[in-house]
Design a protein around this ligand. Structure first.
Ligand code: CMP
Length: 508
């Protein structure tokens, strides 16, 4: 026992164990403080250090034994201290120094460098200790073959991983399609690359597979922002002219849609002509690749409502069109229910309160269904006005842009109407109205109302009266006018509006 301690100390002196311990504990501790994510690696370095320290007394004691045992223990102590130092140096270099110098260091580069340095240490120390690993490998055909074959794939993967990272063909965060797998690259390791699919799976792709087979980087184009083109297909039968369909869909897609690029804007094209229907596609550029299906769904919904507003149904299978004929009674019953619903909606509009039941029936016959999806722009400020809208279901917000600022001025719900200013006077839309939920509307076009004004010119006066009261009330409140001034404003407005309405509808 008396001779073991000095021998162990002698060993420690030869291995510079004090310096190694200080480096692993102090430098390692500081690194862990700066880069906490290194904790696991640094724990490995400490375990190697303790192994090294634990080997010292044995190596010291073995000094007096046959030389081969001493050589082996001495070599083991050397190797453990070298590996501990390499691990700490790796952490300092790759987790502290290079990130602060803003040098990009792919993870694989670190792993390969540390593995390379460890292998080099093994060979050099083994050679110094008199073991010839290289000789052993070179002279033993079987060992060479075994190592060669077992490392063939691994080395191939490592080299492939290095190539992928160094030529920047793949980076963490990219969206890739490899075979039938689509996902976001989570990490490129030295043997494999992992991608996370939208379904929450992590797919492990060996790097050599990625290098040998083509893969697509979704949404990535030289010099272009990240956006990926998506196709939404739909069919409309031949009864509806392509120009009408394209117009209805383009209008429905105007305005901003979350995660859809404004440039290039979505477009709609006629892709094919089949036996009884035409096949169309909407193409849009998706800006957040994570939400492909939800955004497809929003675009599809817009297409659906846009077509519905234009009175264009999606195509039905031809046999269903010709075989399912509704009974006459059922059709009449449906028509009656719809008519009473329309009359009820019209009765709530004060603009029409002076009209006769025949006028109401005439207008009801001219109403069109106009459903909107949440977020759709129903009228745009400054646009030409074509329709008056009666809200049957849902909620909409009214926004006015003034002096570069847009503010919400009102909320509209079932029973409200909007778009009367443009429809009655021909003025551009005075506000933008946006659907805040799915909204069902009826809409009335100008020609139907023109017919009523032509039949009964006094209606124009009533409409002017109502519009003037509404407008002047808002203006008087904004300008802080007293009752007399407000009344004067109202009369002046009414005269202006009456003139506009008469001029617009061409009645005296
Ligand atoms: P019009 O100008 O044709 O188109 C936009 C519509 O928004 C407008 O008709 C009104 O129906 C409605 N609108 C505009 N301003 C307001 C407001 N302050 N309050 C309620 N509705 C409004």
């Amino acid at each position: 026992m008396d001779s073991v301690l000095p021998a162990a100390l002698h060993e420690a002196y030869e291995h510079r164990s004090l310096a190694v311990t200080a480096a692993v504990l102090l430098v390692g501790g500081a690194t862990r403080y700066i880069a906490p994510e290194e904790a696991r690696r640094l724990r490995g370095a400490r375990i190697l250090l303790y192994l090294h320290l634990g080997l010292l007394p044995f190596a010291g004691a073995a000094r007096a034994t046959p030389e081969s045992l001493y050589r082996e223990l001495h070599f083991a102590a050397r190797l453990t201290s070298a590996l501990a130092l390499i691990t700490v140096c790796g952490s300092v270099l790759f987790a502290v120094v290079l990130p602060r110098l803003r040098v990009p260091t792919p993870r694989i580069l670190r792993e390969v460098s540390v593995a390379g340095a460890s292998l080099a240490a093994l060979f050099v120390l083994a050679a110094r200790a008199g073991f010839s690993l290289s000789g052993l490998i070179a002279t033993s055909t079987v060992v060479t073959a075994v190592i060669g074959l077992s490392f063939q794939d691994t080395l191939g993967n490592v080299m492939a991983g290095l190539v992928l990272q160094l030529d920047r063909s793949l980076a963490v965060g990219d969206w890739v399609k490899a075979g039938d797998q689509v996902g976001k690259v989570r990490e490129v390791r030295w043997r494999f690359t992992t991608i996370e699919t939208r379904n929450g799976e992590t797919v492990v792709l060996p790097n050599s597979v990625l290098v040998r087979n083509p893969f697509a980087l979704l949404g990535r184009r030289e010099g272009q922002p990240l956006q990926w083109r998506r196709w939404i297909w739909f069919n409309v039968d031949f009864r509806y002219a392509p120009a009408e369909v394209l117009e209805a869909v383009q209008t429905a897609l105007a305005g901003s849609i979350p995660n859809v690029s404004a440039s290039p804007a979505p477009d709609c094209i006629l892709m094919d002509l089949h036996e009884s229907y035409a096949r169309y596609a909407v193409r849009y550029w998706l800006t957040d690749l994570q939400v492909d299906d939800p955004t497809d769904s929003v675009v599809r919904t817009r297409v659906f409502y846009g077509l519905k507003r234009a009175g264009i149904p999606l195509s039905l299978p031809a046999h269903a069109v010709f075989l399912t004929e509704e009974s006459r009674e059922r059709k009449a019953e449906k028509l009656d229910t719809e008519m009473s619903r329309r009359l009820e909606a019209l009765s709530r509009v004060d603009l029409f309160e002076k009209l006769s039941p025949e006028d109401h029936a005439f207008l009801a016959g001219n109403l069109r269904d106009a459903p909107f999806a949440r977020g759709e722009v129903m009228t745009r400020q400054g646009a030409e006005a074509h329709w008056l809208y009666l809200i049957i279901e849902g909620e909409a917000s009214v926004h006015v842009a003034e002096e570069g600022m847009t503010r919400e001025v009102a909320r509209l719900a079932a029973g409200d109407f909007f778009g009367e200013m443009g429809l009655m006077t021909g003025a551009p839309r005075s506000a933008t109205v946006i659907a805040e939920s799915p909204v069902r509307c009826y809409r009335l076009d100008r020609s139907a109302f023109q017919e009523i004004v032509r039949r009964r010119p006094e209606v124009a006066e009533h409409v002017a009266e109502i519009l003037a009261s509404r407008r002047s009330a808002v203006e008087a409140a904004r300008a802080g006018l007293d009752a007399a001034a407000a009344e004067n404003r109202r009369l002046a407005r009414k005269a202006d509006l009456l003139q506009s309405i008469r001029g617009f509808f061409g009645v005296a």
